[in-house]
Design a protein around this ligand. Structure first.
Ligand code: PMP
Ligand code: GLN
Length: 419
C-alpha cells in the first residue's frame, strides 16, 4: 500500500495519446495497490488536461479559466421542470433512443435551423453527453486497423476513443494562426483504410469555424468513398459577429454520411447533466444504436422531459451567441491590456492567446506557471497535438461571471502592461 507508481503523473510526454498532460503531484492520501497483475491496456495514458488543470487551479486558489464550463447558474425553470417530472413519477427507463418528446423537440429545432427534418423514430438518439456520443459512434464504425482523420489541435477525447477500438488516428493540421483546414493536404491523407473523418465546428480549442465552402470541399473529397463523417457541433449556437453555423445537417450530401453530435451541456449551461444527442441517416443510426444500447441503454428520464419543455422556447438557444459575444468582448478587452497576443475567436467560449512576449517557457510549463504564480489557470494548446507542437499559445475559457473575469483581469495585471 502507499503511494505507488500509479499515484504519480509523469512529466514526460506520453506516447499513447497526444492529449494527456501531466505534471501534477497528488496529495499524500493513501493509495491502495491491487494484488492482481495486469498489463495496462494504456500504460502511457495520464489524466485528461481538464481534470489536471482544474485540480491545480483549486489547489493554488487560482481563477479557473482552464476547463470549459460556466460558473453561473442555469434558469430555475429547467430545474423546476425536472422536479415536476420526478414528482409526476416519470422516473423509469426512457426508451433506448430517448424520450419521444425530446426527440421531437430536437427534430423541430434542427429543421428550423438547418432545413433538414430528421425522422424522430429512426434518426435521432439521446446520449449521455457528447463524449459518449463520440465514443459510441467511433466504436460503431471503426474497426481494428481502420484509419480516422482528425484535425489538430484535436479535442482530447477523439484519439483515445479511436485507439481503444484498435483504429489509427491520422492527423491533418489546422493552419496556424487562424486554424483553417487545408483540404488539399487532407486529401493526401485518404487511403483505402480511411473509415471516418472527424470535424468539429465551432472548434475547441481554437474558436475557428468551418464555412459552407469548406463543407462543399469535404463533400467533394468524400464522394464515391465509404467514409463516415463524425461532426462534433456541441458549440453550434455559439458563433460571433453574425457568423452562421455551417451544420452538416444542412448539407444534404454530407448529412447522408454523417453522425452529427450536440450537447445540452453547452447550450443550457448544464455541463454536469451530461445529456446530448446525435442525428444521422437511419442506416448509420441503426449501427450507432447497436453500441449505444449496450453501453448506456438510455439516459436520465426526467431531465430529458424537462429539456423537451425547455427547448420549446427557441430564444434560449438563439440568444446564446449574443450572450457569449458580450463575454468574449469583455474578456478580450481585459486581455488586450496585457502582453498576451489575442488570436481570433469566431465561436465557442474559448479564447486563444500567444504568450511569447511574456515567456519562452514551453506552453505546459507556462500554464503551470500562470496557475501557480499569476493565479489564473489556462490550458496549454500543445496537448491537443500528437507531436507536442508548441506555438506558445494557451486557451482561456470565458464562460464565466463578469466578476470572475474581472478577478482574472486583476491577477493578469501582474504580467504588466501590453509590451
Ligand atoms: N466535444 C467538444 C468539442 C467539447 O468541447 C466537449 C466538452 N466541452 C465535448 C465534446 C463533450 O461534451 P459533453 O460534456 O456533452 O460530453
Ligand atoms: N470540453 C471541456 C473543455 O474543453 C471539458 C470537458 C472535460 O472536462 N472533459 O474544457
Amino acid at each position: 500500500m502507499g503511494g505507488g507508481r500509479g499515484a504519480h503523473f509523469s512529466l514526460s510526454r506520453p506516447a499513447f495519446s497526444p492529449i494527456i498532460f501531466a505534471s501534477y503531484s497528488p496529495s499524500t492520501a493513501k493509495i491502495m495497490e491491487t494484488s492482481v497483475r495486469i498489463a495496462s491496456r494504456f500504460p502511457e495514458m495520464g489524466t485528461t488536461i481538464f481534470t489536471v488543470m482544474s485540480r491545480m487551479a483549486a489547489e493554488c486558489g487560482a481563477v479557473n479559466l482552464s476547463q470549459g464550463f460556466p460558473d453561473f447558474q442555469a434558469e430555475p425553470a429547467l430545474f423546476d421542470a425536472v422536479h415536476r417530472y420526478m414528482l409526476a413519477g416519470r422516473n423509469q427507463y426512457a426508451p433506448m433512443a430517448g424520450m419521444p418528446e425530446l426527440r421531437a423537440a430536437i427534430v423541430d429545432k434542427v429543421a428550423a435551423l438547418y432545413g433538414a427534418r430528421f425522422d424522430a423514430e429512426s434518426e435521432v438518439t439521446v446520449t449521455a453527453g457528447a463524449t459518449q456520443a463520440i465514443f459510441t459512434a467511433i466504436a460503431a464504425f471503426v474497426r481494428p486497423g481502420d484509419e480516422v482523420i482528425v484535425f489538430e489541435p484535436v479535442y482530447d477525447s477523439y484519439v483515445p476513443a479511436i485507439e481503444t477500438v484498435g483504429g489509427k488516428a491520422v492527423y491533418a493540421q489546422l493552419r496556424f494562426p487562424d486554424y483553417t483546414p487545408d483540404w488539399e493536404s487532407v486529401q493526401q491523407l485518404i487511403t483505402p483504410r480511411t473509415r471516418m473523418i472527424i470535424v468539429n465546428s465551432p472548434h475547441n480549442p481554437t474558436g475557428s469555424l468551418l464555412s459552407a465552402v469548406d463543407l462543399d470541399k469535404l463533400a467533394k473529397m468524400l464522394r464515391g468513398t465509404n467514409i463516415v463523417v463524425l461532426s462534433d457541433e456541441v458549440y453550434e449556437h455559439i458563433l460571433f459577429d453574425g457568423e452562421q453555423h455551417a451544420s452538416l445537417c444542412g448539407h444534404a450530401e454530407l448529412a447522408a454520411r454523417s453522425i452529427v453530435v450536440s450537447s445540452f451541456g453547452k447550450t443550457y449551461h448544464i455541463t454536469g447533466w451530461k445529456i446530448g444527442y446525435v442525428v444521422g441517416p437511419a442506416d448509420l443510426m441503426a449501427e450507432f444504436r447497436k453500441v449505444h444500447q449496450f453501453n448506456v441503454f438510455t439516459v436520465h428520464a426526467p431531465s430529458q422531459l424537462a429539456l423537451a419543455d425547455y427547448m420549446q422556447d427557441h430564444s434560449r438557444h438563439l440568444g446564446l451567441a449574443a450572450f457569449y459575444q458580450e463575454k468574449r468582448d469583455f474578456f478580450r478587452n481585459i486581455l488586450a491590456a496585457t502582453p498576451f497576443e489575442l488570436l481570433p475567436c469566431r465561436g465557442t467560449y474559448f479564447q486563444l492567446a500567444r504568450y511569447d512576449r511574456i515567456s519562452d517557457l514551453p506552453d505546459r510549463e507556462f500554464a503551470e506557471w500562470m496557475t501557480r504564480e499569476i493565479g489564473v489557470a489556462v490550458i496549454p494548446v500543445s496537448v491537443f497535438t500528437h507531436d507536442g507542437r508548441d506555438d506558445k499559445v494557451v486557451r482561456f475559457c470565458f464562460a464565466k461571471k463578469e466578476e470572475t473575469l474581472l478577478a482574472a483581469g486583476e491577477r493578469l495585471r501582474r504580467l504588466g502592461d501590453r509590451a
